[in-house]
Design a protein around this ligand. Structure first.
Ligand code: ASP
Length: 413
């Protein structure tokens, strides 16, 4: 038994190492192929897309059945409510801290930002939906669409309704439990198979990005990117370390080390939803309860975006400074509120945060055309913000597992 476990452990470590090697090779190959960006987009990116497609294929059923299995093993609607409530409080607080940090860093380093002419800028806002639309869209109107569109919030609502219905059916419903568990196991196994391909996915996703954007990192926006990345790192190191250490009772170093595979994958794919399967594996390995992470992580992949919030704060300050506008304190508070809400509406897919930046800029009367200033290097911002987004979700899974575990002990006493 033990040797089997050790072997499995070794296999998992080697997957992390494989992903790391793929990441390094991807960056090197991308730099070498810088003059041939078109070639990489035509012939290398499609393999990354195939891998992401497979991940998207599996993520809907994984979330549906793992949340249902989680609810059925908890057998308690109140407890699910408690987990949900604690998760939401954690997500809102950390996102509010993140956007505040973004604004503070943006203001402190404002003097180093380049000033770029804004006269000819134009950016077409692609239907950035209102807050009420976001709320309405949480609820599915069709049984299959949430899965086929990989709409995580709708899948969560569906899983909650079906899971609760099985519990409410009483003894009759209990007959459904082995089936749900079996389906969960099948999709989990399938996910493991797909994840074996992740080093190839990471390499093929990264090469075209580096080949296309490599030079622009050194370009005029380097300072803005640097400030955003410093902020991402400070938020992870300070906020998540304190949370996992003080509440989760895990050494922060162990936490970040355990998260490495998911972190590297998020960095290369720029998709929280795509990273979900790997994140579930990492948090479970770190000791988070499976029932809890299968609920907390999909929710986080859609509504918890600390990295996106930081990016919006830093970009708002940068755009304002290019237009020669000084933001007042009350405008900053408005940004904190709107960026926290915009998090909920940001889908966990590449580039979504930039679309929601329009909502943040509009809320304080900044010109939306300013987005054109940062659009060219959005992918580079996105890689960092997605990494932070999924690390925040994982820290929540650890914290809530620990909190609810404690509460359980207290009830038993
Ligand atoms: N790509 C980010 C994510 O998947 C969302 C964003 O664009 O900010 O978490």
């Amino acid at each position: 038994m033990k040797t089997k476990k050790n072997n499995e452990e070794k296999k998992k470590i080697s997957l992390a190492l494989q992903i790391f090697i793929a990441l390094v090779l991807g960056i090197i190959a991308g730099l070498i192929l810088q003059g041939n960006a078109e070639f990489t987009i035509k012939y290398i990116k499609p393999f990354g897309t195939i891998f992401l497609n497979l991940v998207k294929f599996i993520v809907g059923p994984i979330v549906l059945f793992s949340i249902m299995a989680g609810i059925l093993s908890l057998k308690d609607i109140k407890k699910v409510g408690m987990i949900g409530g604690t998760t939401l409080v954690y997500y809102f607080c950390t996102t509010a801290i993140a956007i505040t940090l973004g604004l503070i860093f943006g203001n402190v380093f404002k003097g180093f930002f380049p000033s770029i002419a804004t006269a000819d800028l134009s950016y077409e806002v692609s239907s950035s939906s209102s807050f009420m639309d976001v709320i309405v869209n949480i609820f599915p109107s069709n049984f299959l669409a949430p899965i086929s569109e990989a709409n995580m919030l709708q899948v969560i609502v569906m899983a909650l309704l079906l899971g609760f219905s099985i519990i409410l059916l009483g003894p009759k419903g209990e007959r459904a439990i082995p089936t749900v568990n079996l389906l969960n196991d099948i999709f989990m196994r399938c996910m493991e198979l797909i994840l074996k391909l992740s080093p190839i996915g990471v390499f093929c996703l990264l090469v075209p990005v580096v080949a296309e954007n490599g030079a622009s990192i050194i370009g005029s926006l380097a300072m803005v990117l640097l400030v955003a990345y410093i902020c991402y790192i400070v938020h992870a190191v300070v906020v998540y370390s304190i949370a996992v250490f003080s509440i989760g009772k895990i050494n922060p170093l162990k936490f970040f080390k355990g998260m490495l595979p998911a972190i590297m994958f998020a960095f290369s794919s720029a998709s929280s939803v795509g990273t979900l399967p790997l994140n579930l594996e990492c948090t479970e390995k770190l000791g988070a309860s499976k029932e809890i992470s299968s609920f907390v992580l999909p929710l986080g992949a859609t509504i918890n975006m600390d990295g996106t919030a930081i990016y919006q704060g830093v970009c708002a300050i940068f755009i304002a400074s290019c237009y020669g506008i000084d933001l007042s304190f009350s405008q900053m508070i408005t940004i904190v509120l709107t960026a926290t809400l915009a998090s909920i509406g940001t889908a966990g897919v590449p580039g979504a945060g930039m679309v929601m930046l329009a909502m943040v800029l509009k809320s304080v009367g900044l010109p939306v055309d300013g987005i054109a200033l940062v659009a060219g290097v959005d992918r580079i911002f996105d890689m960092g913000r997605t990494t932070l987004n999924i690390t925040g979700d994982a820290s929540c899974a650890i914290v809530v597992s620990s909190l609810i575990g404690k509460k359980k002990k207290k009830v038993i006493k």
